[in-house]
Design a protein around this ligand. Structure first.
Ligand code: R5P
Length: 296
């Protein structure tokens, strides 16, 4: 079997080390230099020819910089004769997977082609925003689900009595349904409208029967916090009990955490695909389970 190695991208050092440990794989040693104009330079003084390398780099903000580092590493390693498998815990641009307004660039398609042209032959990510995005990739791609890990964490660490699981919008309902099934809880779906020009979010909840009931709002991403905030406001008005918000990718742009908490959320929980103060659930475990099933 070909040697399997892990390349820890600068955005995912800790994550990649923990993944490598789980898979008992060595880490490629690399010198990373950042110039004062923010350009990155890598130097890999190791023979990687014939190896199969998991290049682990999450693409949370600064999204473009983190992608550029991934492209630089992938290109170099593939030019040196390695087979490159990009492991992208949070896939930036995945929300731009179709045209919502005429003339918009389907940016995820551009990213997929840049990955291919820099020598990436396989991609693995965690809970891609929408399964539709997978079709834009010209190479094998798989999205691992960290939902079971989130369920397990919340069951162990939150005292909730027969909670109701809430999808804040239609897009997240499949993921939320899976969460509710694994948890053994009922599931309710809100509907959300986002103004495609201003970005403003409006959530409709209909008649809500959650008085004194604990709830778990589940979404893939918390970015500005507007979606969770709008859902939490509805739930507080309906006199819900404890409100836990759970997400896979806690981007938490600017004061998103405070915005969410001010709306009455008691606890916000995310995974470590994006490092943050709420990244309590370890997504390297489901990722490693999937990667073990591949032969290279
Ligand atoms: C959108 O469709 C996603 O599933 C999330 O609901 C959204 O990205 C969250 O963004 P924000 O926190 O800015 O509302």
């Amino acid at each position: 079997m070909t040697d399997r190695l892990v390349f820890a991208g600068p955005a995912s050092g800790e994550f990649a080390n923990s993944l490598a440990k789980r898979l008992s794989l060595p880490i490629v040693s690399v010198d990373v230099k950042e110039f004062s104009d923010t350009e990155t330079k890598f130097r890999v003084d190791e023979n990687v020819s014939g190896a199969s390398i998991l290049v682990v780099q999450s693409t949370y903000p600064p999204v473009d910089k983190n992608y550029m580092q991934l492209f630089l590493a992938a290109h170099h390693l593939s030019q040196e004769g390695a087979k490159v498998h990009a492991v992208i815990p949070y896939m930036g641009y995945a929300r731009q997977d179709k045209q919502f307004l005429r003339g918009e660039v389907v940016s995820l398609g551009v990213i997929s082609h840049l990955l291919r042209s820099t020598g990436v032959s396989r991609v693995t990510t965690v809970d891609i925003h929408s399964a539709e995005g997978l079709a834009l990739f010209p190479m094998p791609i798989y999205s691992v689900s960290a939902i079971p890990a989130l369920v397990q964490y919340i069951k162990r660490n939150q005292k909730l009595s027969s909670p109701v699981v809430i999808s804040p919008d239609f897009g997240s309902s499949k993921r939320t349904e899976a969460f509710a099934t694994l948890y053994g809880a009922v599931h309710l779906r809100f509907s959300k409208e986002r103004d495609r020009i201003t970005g403003q979010v409006k959530v409709e909840a209909g008649a809500l029967d959650v008085k004194d009931r604990d709830v778990i709002i589940v979404d893939d991403i918390v970015s500005t916090g507007a979606t969770i905030r709008a859902a939490a406001e509805k739930l507080r008005k309906a006199e819900a009990g404890r409100i836990v918000a759970a997400c896979i990718h806690p981007l938490l742009i600017e004061n998103a955490y405070e915005r969410v908490m001010e709306a009455g959320v008691d606890e916000l929980i995310g995974t470590n695909t994006v490092p943050s103060k709420v990244s309590k659930v370890d997504a390297t475990e489901p990722l490693a389970s999937y990667l073990r099933t591949l032969t290279e």
